[in-house]
Design a protein around this ligand. Structure first.
Ligand SMILES: Cc1cc2nc3c(=O)[nH]c(=O)nc-3n(C[C@H](O)[C@H](O)[C@H](O)COP(=O)(O)OP(=O)(O)OC[C@H]3O[C@@H](n4cnc5c(N)ncnc54)[C@H](O)[C@@H]3O)c2cc1C
Length: 469
């Protein structure tokens, strides 16, 4: 570990330094600055991070638009006739103008500086336990020492597999997909996680011929098998081809588009106008100079944090980089704990037993805590309850588009839920009650005697807990 000088003419001393102003980093930096601390926020790209410019917000605008088309297509049989003529232009305009200010972070940057923070645009790295050196965008270098805290919130980048021919092609990651100015004729999607599934369905609803290439046997492999089975059924109904047990071995690009060489049970090649790579995310932790602060990092498993997300006294790690769930709500949850700890307030400790997650497909697939197989792998004795949404009164009334289910996992030793899945119309909203139950370890006996409003979708929770066996 290099010994960093404590002070010097080129070293500025401040209270706190935040590297990476994604959702949580921006929140911590802004709160500490508003509390009167001298705060340096370091950002190499856009203040706000992945979520508002390339992630949650633009993708949900696409999905909202695609869902509107899907609802209009459900009019026959429910309410007469509707002519549906998809047009991507309003989607592109909303993303450009309303979501991202044309990928300009002036408003977010001003929010931070108005709170009293100092924004340094550049790439930061640790040069000691509380020392940070920033290579600024104008080619300069600044070094800071923090009296109270250094907060690392570096987030992730899209992972691009090393496949012959792929490098240098105009492939899409989420960052290019959200900039689409029209829905392509055809789209190959590599990956079957939330990002791949959400974008595949959104484009398909605008008339794009979508083919998903999936390494494993199913979509959404980390979720309950019932989730995968249902989404596969819905995707097939909507004309999305899912090539399972298939991988891509080579990529060619020409004026006609992409040609992908496939290794799997189906056709040997796949042609598509655009190619979205959604095969996961890669951590940026390795570029932060952790070893300069005495923190060992093997390049794969994030180093352990304590209950207040400290790697060492006054050195915090938060957000996606922690590896406890790559979601904006986790980044914000961490931000509250870190800001409170730096300010000397008790805001609880970072827990991971009730992390909610929602894939915003239609139907929405929400889940919290453990899946059935995760609970069994953890050695818990469990009982499982399941109910089909189509069998509920609300599901029956809803009719077209009523695919869904609720599944609950009870730890029979404690009589409380350790996990739950809610798939269906508004499945992410219905999840909130289940997230509360898992978070607060509410006894299933209490859930069985609760009053559930009629005829809501969330009433299916009652049926699921009654079905526990
Ligand atoms: C398509 C898509 C859809 C998504 N949808 C959802 C959703 O619906 N709900 C949800 O909860 N989550 C969603 N996510 C995930 C969500 O975007 C992330 O979990 C969230 O942005 C994580 O915040 P973060 O601050 O940890 O990281 P990021 O948002 O990645 O921010 C990290 C920031 O740090 C900066 N940085 C990194 N290293 C340095 C450095 N050395 N120096 C200076 N700056 C640095 C980066 O430029 C970046 O701005 C989605 C993601 C994608 C890609």
């Amino acid at each position: 570990m290099a010994a960093a000088p404590e002070v010097g003419p080129a070293i500025e001393v401040v209270d706190a330094i935040v590297i990476g102003l994604g959702p949580g980093g921006e929140s911590v930096a802004g709160e500490l600055a508003a509390a009167g601390l001298s705060v340096v926020g370091v950002e190499s790209r856009l203040v706000g991070g992945e979520c508002p410019y390339f992630g949650c917000v633009p993708s949900k605008m696409m999905i909202r638009a695609g869902n509107a088309l899907a609802e209009a297509r459900r009019v026959p049989g429910l309410a007469g006739r509707a002519e549906v003529v998809p047009d991507w232009a309003p989607v592109a305009a909303r993303i450009r103008d309303e979501a991202t200010d044309n990928w300009d972070d002036t408003v977010a940057a001003k929010r931070f500086t108005d709170a009293g923070g100092r924004l340094v645009r550049g790439t930061g790295r640790l040069t000691g336990v509380r020392h940070v050196t920033v290579r600024t965008h104008d080619g300069g270098e600044l070094t800071f020492r923090a009296r109270r805290a250094v907060v690392l919130n570096p987030g992730t980048d899209p992972a691009i597999p090393a496949v012959p021919g792929l490098a240098g092609t105009p492939l899409w990651t989420n960052r290019e997909a959200v900039r689409a100015t029209q829905a392509p004729e055809s789209l190959a999607v590599w990956g079957a996680g939330p990002i791949g599934m959400e974008l595949a369905q959104a484009f398909a609803r605008f008339g794009t011929k979508v083919t998903m290439v999936v390494r494993g046997a199913h979509l959404a492999s980390r979720e309950e098998p019932e989730t995968a089975e249902l989404l596969e059924r819905v995707f097939a109904r909507e004309g999305i081809d899912v090539l399972t047990n298939t991988t891509i071995t080579a990529v060619e690009h020409s004026a006609a588009g992409f040609t992908l060489a496939l290794d799997g049970p189906g056709a040997p090649t796949l042609a598509a106008e655009e190619f979205l790579v959604a095969t996961g995310r890669t951590s940026k932790l390795g570029k932060l100079g952790l070893e300069q602060a005495g923190i060992a990092y093997d390049g794969r498993t994030p180093p352990a944090v304590d209950a207040h997300l400290q790697l060492a006294h006054g050195l915090y790690l938060m957000g996606d980089a922690v590896g406890a769930g790559a979601f904006t709500h986790m980044s914000m949850y961490h931000a509250n704990i870190v800001a409170g700890h730096v300010l000397g307030e008790d805001r609880g400790s970072a827990e991971t037993h009730a992390v909610p997650r929602v894939t915003f497909t239609d139907p929405e697939a929400g889940a919290v805590g453990l899946t059935e197989s995760q609970a069994r792998a953890a050695g818990l004795a469990i009982r499982v309850g399941y109910t089909n949404l189509a069998d509920s009164t609300r599901g029956w009334i809803h009719k077209s588009g009523n695919d869904g289910f609720i599944k609950v996992i009870e730890d029979s030793a404690t009589g409380a839920l350790v996990g739950a899945t809610s798939v269906g119309p508004h499945g992410g909203e219905v999840l909130s009650a289940l997230a509360l139950a898992v978070h607060a370890r509410v006894p299933v006996a209490t859930l069985r005697t609760m009053i559930y409003a009629y005829p809501t979708f969330h009433r299916a929770i009652e049926a699921a807990v009654r079905a526990i066996k």
